[in-house]
Design a binder for this molecule. Structure first.
Ligand code: HEM
Length: 127
């Protein structure tokens, strides 16, 4: 059967977010916002942001159907001892929401990304 070029139903979330350039741009924007966010920026002050951007990109590529392998630590290990509160988590999600909107991502994809983030909350908050 011939596939319609305009049919986006079978595309992975990774592809619908714009593939490598799209996801990279979104991840970089989110982390820039996190760093300059007065409520949560302190968490990132001593972090190598270029390395973190690369790891978060790999993580998201792997989790959304992209071709990359995540080379970082598991979520629980990476966030243990960072003292991330529920409010910090909400604030980070707000930065993500804003970055997605600014990059023209559609509502369906926004909902999927936020659902993925929320599913990981227990491995990030109050550890
Ligand atoms: C579901 C939401 C989140 C995801 C998917 C996520 C993802 C990641 C990933 C992939 C890493 C790299 C792990 C590594 O260094 O091996 C990381 C590290 C880090 N995350 Fe998150 N993160 C989330 C939420 C948060 C929140 C809410 C904060 C703070 C407000 C935060 C702060 C950090 C910091 C500071 C590091 C660097 C730790 C270090 O270098 O030792 N993360 N995160």
């Amino acid at each position: 059967m011939v596939k319609e070029l305009t049919n986006t139903q079978n595309l992975s979330l990774y592809e619908r977010l714009g593939g490598e350039p799209g996801v990279k741009k979104i991840v970089n924007d989110v982390l820039d916002k996190n760093l300059s966010n007065p409520l949560i920026g302190h968490h990132f002050r001593h972090v190598d942001m270029n390395k973190l951007k690369q790891l978060v990109f790999e993580f998201f590529s792997m989790g959304t159907g992209g071709p990359h392998t995540y080379t970082g630590r598991d979520m629980r290990t990476a966030h243990t001892g960072l003292n991330i509160s529920e409010n910090d988590f909400t604030e980070a999600n707000n930065d993500t929401l804003l970055a997605l909107e600014e990059n023209g991502v559609g509502q369906a994809e926004i909902d999927e990304v936020i659902a993925i983030l929320n599913s990981l909350k227990g491995e990030v908050v109050r550890l």
